[in-house]
Design a protein around this ligand. Structure first.
Ligand SMILES: [Zn+2]
Length: 244
């Protein structure tokens, strides 16, 4: 390998380190985001529960009003009962009174049911609130930890970026541009080693995409220090120097 390809191989190794350091930083930040999402889910659940309680309370209030009006009707019937002028009239009013009483106890038990539901929902709200408090404490702890870690990773990244700039100086700018473009396409993997399967019969493949390469490609790289790209994946190809 000549100086150009040597420089690009070195740049690739720094690029790999840089990507790894950036991935570590992203992972460390992701733990905070995940925790924040968990907290938000709980907060949404709490809001939903509160709304549910509100709706049940409206229903309960309506039943309460209904009960009051039933009470009034019952009082009316009781008064009428005393003023009944015949047995027939008395029996008719009594029958109405009993029907209304049955309605009343039905409505009453519905109201009791709703109060039970509200109590249960309130208990659930308290449970969610406790979970939220715990999540908040954990989130603060994780934030503190990741902030420290992130600072370390950021320093590491800055250092590797300097190494990258230094390594890039060893190759012409156009070559570095090509390297950067291919690196963006392949998640940092800009160059690929040519794999030699059988030198005599000339079986070569691209180490990036595993497609066959012509003997000519391999031979050109043996004699020229230039950028030759895989015709299939466009990665910059290089041949490792034969071991002496
Ligand atoms: Zn390829």
């Amino acid at each position: 390998m000549g100086p150009l390809l040597n420089a690009l191989v070195k740049l690739q190794s720094v690029e790999n380190n840089l990507r790894a350091a950036k991935a570590k930083l992203a992972r460390c930040r992701r733990t905070v985001i995940l925790k924040e999402n968990q907290l938000r889910t709980l907060q949404n659940a709490l809001e939903a529960k509160k709304e549910e309680i509100q709706l049940t309370k409206i229903q309960a209030d309506r039943l309460e009003l209904e009960l009051k009006s039933i009470e009034q009707t019952l009082a009316k019937y009781r008064a009428a009962l005393n003023l009944a002028k015949s047995n027939k009239e008395y029996a008719a009013i009594l029958s109405e009174l009993n029907t209304t009483k049955a309605d009343s106890s039905k409505t009453e038990s519905q109201a009791i049911e709703l109060m039970k539901i509200i109590d249960l929902d309130n208990a659930q709200c308290d449970g969610i609130k406790a979970q939220i408090e715990q999540e908040k404490t954990e989130l603060n702890e994780i934030r503190k930890q990741t902030e420290e870690q992130a600072k370390k990773f950021e320093a590491e990244i800055a250092e590797i970026e300097q190494q990258w700039q230094a390594a890039a100086k060893d190759a012409p700018p156009e070559a570095v541009d090509t390297f950067k473009r291919v690196a963006e396409t392949y998640d940092g993997e800009a160059i690929a080693e040519i794999e030699v399967h059988d030198e005599r019969s000339g079986v070569y493949t691209c180490g990036g995409c595993f497609m066959s390469l012509t003997t000519e490609t391999a031979n050109t790289l043996l004699s020229h220090d230039e950028i030759i790209r895989c015709p299939s994946c466009t990665r910059i190809l290089y041949l490792k120097d034969a071991e002496n």
